[in-house]
Write a protein that binds this ligand. Structure first.
Ligand code: COA
Length: 437
């Protein structure tokens, strides 16, 4: 019993409290009873950026950042990347177990038959400027699907939810491919139901005049592995957004669009694009030491390095290196790889990075690999959003099924003015001093 209860002594009142631990964590609401008097609101926790707050229970993804472990539903990421297809992993992440042959066949069939976009959605995409960022087009188009499927608002209906899951997983590659074709000025290619999930995506991206697109099997496999690695990553910034927006019972299309918006930032999924920009800025291998010194001196960050959770290594980065080798066998080496390897070598020996436990993360090599496959950096985050849609939907379903969840609504510590009287405009000559924190 002892280790399941924590004692708190309040020196303000000399009161002591015995607070039970819930699965090893203190329930923040239990702190409310710690008061200095009847008018006191009760104790709150203050945790900007959720550095030490579990916002939910989850059975989807396990990460041990110190030991570099990532598991989906208990299965190590290394085994899934080696032995499964992405759609098999998607089923596991969403429904909790690996599918049987019959379940997998039905699942693949459902996804394959939900890949088409309504023609009005295609027209919607055509309205973007020629140089629109693909991630902006992706986010807006996913949100626009909400208008095509009004039944999606019925979030408490399990069958309706399942249909939206088929639609979203089926359609995100189509939207992604259309954003790419739009930016290149190429006509859109319709999905081909004979092809696997990654092959069909490649078909919609790169088919030109040939009657049937043939994806290179090594590139299709590498893309599938990348999709597996990116499927979920527990309570990251975009998953948290998916849950927060979903907690208001908004439909899954707008929730996914919101999560994708969170992903687009350079500190999250936008990092792989930034890695390429950084490597371009460095320019050549001999300039790496000077660049590392400038980062240490406080001029920017080494993009693709560091992680809030992984403080040993990012297990996905290792698998990506393996997949990158397979890609380079087909495409030939990427000169940027040489700069990246040198950057990694120097940073991993440098006390600044060692002391802060900064290692290459998943984004460090994925961008170089994507570029070798023919993608422009603007597309990188869209490529991340395709598989992460699976994780977002799994988090969303889990949130809806959790009886403890309510609309997400944090507290704040107010630091503004006390109440004060309105000042008419003619009397506002002298600015009041800004509030102090
Ligand atoms: C991922 C990231 C946002 C995690 O941030 P975080 O957990 O809040 O870590 P902090 O920003 O507190 O970093 C801790 C220390 O390491 C430094 N640091 C973190 N990432 C760094 C990087 N990529 N390059 C140089 N220094 C870095 C910080 O400046 C800080 O140093 P200090 O203690 O001297 O102030 C951060 O490492 C980062 O911005 N990385 C680059 C972007 C990136 O690759 N994102 C993809 C994530 S998958």
């Amino acid at each position: 019993m002892e280790d399941k209860v924590i004692s708190i002594a309040d020196r303000r009142t000399q009161a002591t409290y015995e607070l039970p631990l819930h699965k090893g964590a203190l329930r923040a609401m239990d702190l409310r009873q710690i008061k200095t008097g009847p008018d006191d609101f009760g104790l709150m926790t203050y945790d900007p950026a959720f550095m030490n707050t579990a916002s939910c229970e989850s059975a989807i993804t396990f990460i041990d950042g110190d030991r570099g472990i990532l598991r989906y539903r208990g299965y190590p990421i290394e085994q899934l990347a080696e032995k499964c297809t992405f759609l098999e992993v998607a089923y596991l992440v969403l429904f909790g177990e690996l599918p049987t042959s019959a379940e997998l066949a039905d699942w693949v069939d459902q996804i394959t038959h939900h890949t088409m976009l309504h023609e009005t959605t295609k027209k919607f995409l055509e309205g973007f400027r020629y140089d629109a960022h693909p991630m902006g087009m992706f986010i807006s188009t996913v949100a626009a699907l909400s208008t095509v499927y009004p039944g999606a608002r019925n979030v408490h209906d399990a069958e309706a939810r399942k249909l939206q899951i088929y639609r979203l997983i089926g359609k995100v590659p189509t939207i992604a491919a259309y954003t790419y074709r739009h930016s290149r000025g190429f006509p859109y290619v319709y999905p081909d139901n004979d092809l696997s999930y990654p092959e069909n995506f490649m078909n919609m991206l790169w088919k030109m005049a040939e009657p049937k697109y043939q994806a290179h099997p090594h590139l299709a496999k590498a893309l599938d592995v990348l999709f597996i690695l990116h499927a979920d990553h527990e309570q990251n910034c975009s998953a948290n957004v998916m849950r927060a927006v979903g907690s208001s019972l908004a439909d899954p299309f707008v929730c996914t669009a919101a999560a994708a918006a969170a992903l687009s930032g350079p500190l999250h999924g936008g990092a792989n694009e930034e890695v390429l920009k950084m490597i371009d800025e460095i320019g050549s291998k001999d300039r790496v030491p000077a660049y590392v010194e400038s980062v240490k001196a406080g001029h920017g960050k080494l993009m693709g390095f560091g992680h809030r959770i992984y403080k040993n290594y990012d297990p996905r980065a290792r698998i990506i290196k393996w997949a990158a080798d397979r890609v380079f066998e087909v495409t030939g080496g990427n000169p940027k790889l040489e700069i990246a390897l040198e950057l990694e070598r120097i940073a991993l020996q440098d006390e600044y990075f060692v002391k802060r436990k900064l290692y290459p993360n998943v984004d460090f090599y994925s961008g170089i690999m994507y570029q070798a496959m023919g993608f422009k950096p603007e597309m990188f985050t869209v490529l991340f959003a395709i598989p992460r849609t699976v994780g977002w939907l799994a988090q969303w379903q889990e949130m809806l099924a959790d009886p403890e969840q309510k609309i997400a609504r944090p507290r704040q510590i107010y630091t503004g003015h006390e109440a004060r009287d309105f000042v008419p405009i003619e009397k506002r000559g002298v600015k009041a001093a800004p509030p102090t924190r």
